[in-house]
Write a protein that binds this ligand. Sequence first.
Ligand SMILES: [Zn+2]
Ligand SMILES: [Zn+2]
Length: 211
Amino acid sequence: MAKMILQVRPVGPWQVNAHVLACPESGESVLIDPGEEPGTLAEMLSGTCAVAILLTHSHADHTGALDAMRTTLRVPVMAHPAFAGGPIDRGLADGATLAVGRHRLKALHAPGHTPDQICIAVAGEESIIVGDTIFQGGPGKTWTPADFKTTLETLRRVVLPWPDDTRCYPGHGRSFRLGDIRRDIESFIARDHGRFCGDAVWEMRGSPGPQ
Ligand SMILES: [Zn+2]
Ligand SMILES: [Zn+2]
């Protein structure tokens, strides 16, 4: 079976990566993180039949065009059950799956950056839309030491078990292969970061405390 077709386009002032995943056999598709620019998003979806809008988390930069796209597409909006960015039609708890044509997506709860953060994995393929869970240079920003601890737990429990060849598609910036940053993540979580929270990079050392 052919792989799902993935399109990525940075939209809006924060250059959020909007993603479209389409089943090449049926033409069904999902739109992930309608950050801004409804026209760009419609262009990405053209020639496919959208079946859902998915949100990786509730931050405004990822949901700016949600109302516009919900109105034009008239498809269910799906996110984690704890989604804090307005009403949704279906909650995707950890492990929940969604059929897109002959393919299947799976939600993985990845709290830390926000409590409602999910990663969206393409079943049977090594592609995962990770939202703001991780970037090539570090984990997503946190605003309290408790959230940072949750991020460390998510890295350990959710992210590190993925195979090295997993292609991670973040909410901002370029995609990367998990194996290329595995060592960085492992040494990052092995260090004592004290009561840190904020913008972290893998190389960070010591415990600078809350910023
Ligand atoms: Zn975010
Ligand atoms: Zn973001």
